[in-house]
Design a protein around this ligand. Sequence first.
Ligand code: PHE
Length: 343
Amino acid sequence: MSENATALQARALARLETIWDNEQLEAWRVEYIGRKGAVNALFEQISALPHTERGAFGKTANELKLALEAAFNAKIGAIKQIELSKALEAEPLDVTLPGRRPSRGHIHPTIQTLQEIYKIFGEMGFQVYRTRQVETDIMNFQLLNIPPFHPARDNWSTFYVAGSDEKVLLRTHTSPGQIRAMRAAYPNPVRAILPGLCYRYEQVSARYEIQFNQVEGIVVGHNITFGNLKGTLTEFARRMFGERPVRFYGDHFPFTEPSAQMDVRCIICEGRGTDALCKYTGWLEILGSGMVHPQVLRNGGYDPNEWSGFAFGMGPERIAMLKHGITDIRNFWNNDLRFLEQF
Ligand code: PHE
């Protein structure tokens, strides 16, 4: 019987020598060391043997089993190695090539525009002053000469904070920051810009979003005139848009008097009035502005007999649209890389 085992071992190992793929290896495993394989068949013979022979036979069979299992495991590794080198030959790998760079994000076009605005006004001596996005009705409207139920409120469709009885709201513009900036600076002069998000309860379209940025500007001092307003904003437009005609156009805001919008010549039709971007006027509005209303100065703590000032508010998304010829404001919030990667 033990001769049997030796012969079996020799046969199995000789056969294994010739095997170089997984399919044949599996067939070999089934044939020799599988549940119904030759080794197990040997074990089944034990019970038929005389007691004196069983021990030796079992030992031999066990050694055979361990030897074949070891050879089998070694073969698995050898086949793996061969398959790997075959794959490498089929598809050569140059480990000296640089890896693929992870793609890097960049600054959002709105923020890029904001940073340009900060830079221009920073060079003119303006501070950046941030105020809150959740405001009171008093700050957002009443201290800006817009009493409750005043028809001017129609210009600022408002999100109110639930449960606040319409006393707390998401600011509809950065102008309440005028009051906060003045109160923080009094009795010193003010020269500040106030950037940040504003919210309006609008039907979203190519022109309107429910959230957008504004940059408010406020200057308060002695002998500040409309000439200062025009000079500052004209110079801002020159640095922002290059040499491009601007005009001031009469407007109305309850918190400035007199008030003006500033337009730049249309970047598409160059003033000919032939395209929809400028609504066929040849001019694009970029901001609202005016001399701070005496009552608003008073609300900020300043005596209008001694102090005067001007203020303005602009939309950086709108400025980015005009600068780059973007026609749909929703692009700024879509997070679409095809749009964002252009800037
Ligand atoms: N707050 C105004 C708006 O949102 C813009 C503005 C700011 C006008 C400051 C005049 C002065 O439309």
